[in-house]
Design a protein around this ligand. Structure first.
Ligand SMILES: [Zn+2]
Length: 199
């Protein structure tokens, strides 16, 4: 890599830090940028800079947003008495794309994983309980994955929420055991949401 000028080495090094981008790909992308129109390269650079400036976390559901409340939490047409608990943004997007759900979300930003030292205080369970304490929630749907951590997290949450005497449901049928939500097709996910059951 030393045969490249410093500014090229710099871009290759930064691209190489991205997930899934090896040194060869980083090199190829950098060469592509060099030959691309200047306006495209400048707007890509500006877009990356803007990401860090404008994106924050919704104060209600913890999804990524460019405003105080995200498009779902701030939408009066959504049913704000139903919460769908998901692991992360990708799972929320998968359920939204399936188009079968009109309530709001709660992003845990992780799953319980004792092996990795992730306990209840490391994911947003306290914030979920605080929402329940306000008393206007009528159903909680737990849509964590059916892998071990997703199941353990669902069980833990249902135990913590038991005292609120609100139906706690779990999406299950159609989501394969050990399956990650974001890889489930839209029809299956829609059916799984409709066929949720009490836990
Ligand atoms: Zn939100």
């Amino acid at each position: 890599m030393n045969h490249y000028p410093a500014s090229i080495r710099n871009v290759i090094r930064h691209l190489n830090k991205l997930p899934g981008i090896g040194i060869k790909t980083a090199e190829r992308l950098t060469m592509h940028l060099l030959s691309a129109p200047e306006t495209d390269v400048l707007s890509l650079a500006a877009g990356i800079a803007e990401l860090k400036k404008s994106i924050r976390i919704c104060r209600r559901c913890f999804a990524l947003t460019d405003r105080d409340l995200c498009r779902i939490c701030g939408n009066p047409a959504r049913d704000h008495s139903i919460i769908c608990v998901v692991e992360n943004q990708a799972d929320m997007a998968a359920i939204e794309n399936a188009g079968a759900y009109t309530g709001e979300y709660h992003l845990l930003q992780g799953l319980l994983s004792p092996m990795d030292n992730v306990g209840p205080d490391d994911i947003r369970i306290r914030e979920l309980i605080a929402k329940m304490d306000k008393g206007d929630i009528t159903e909680v749907i737990i849509a964590t994955s059916t892998q071990v951590e997703g199941e353990a997290t669902a069980t833990y949450i249902s135990e913590r929420l038991a005292r609120f005497s609100v139906p706690i449901t779990r999406i299950a049928s159609g989501v394969p055991m050990g399956g990650e939500l974001k890889y489930v097709d839209q029809v299956t996910l829609k059916k799984a949401m409709e066929a949720r059951h009490a836990i």
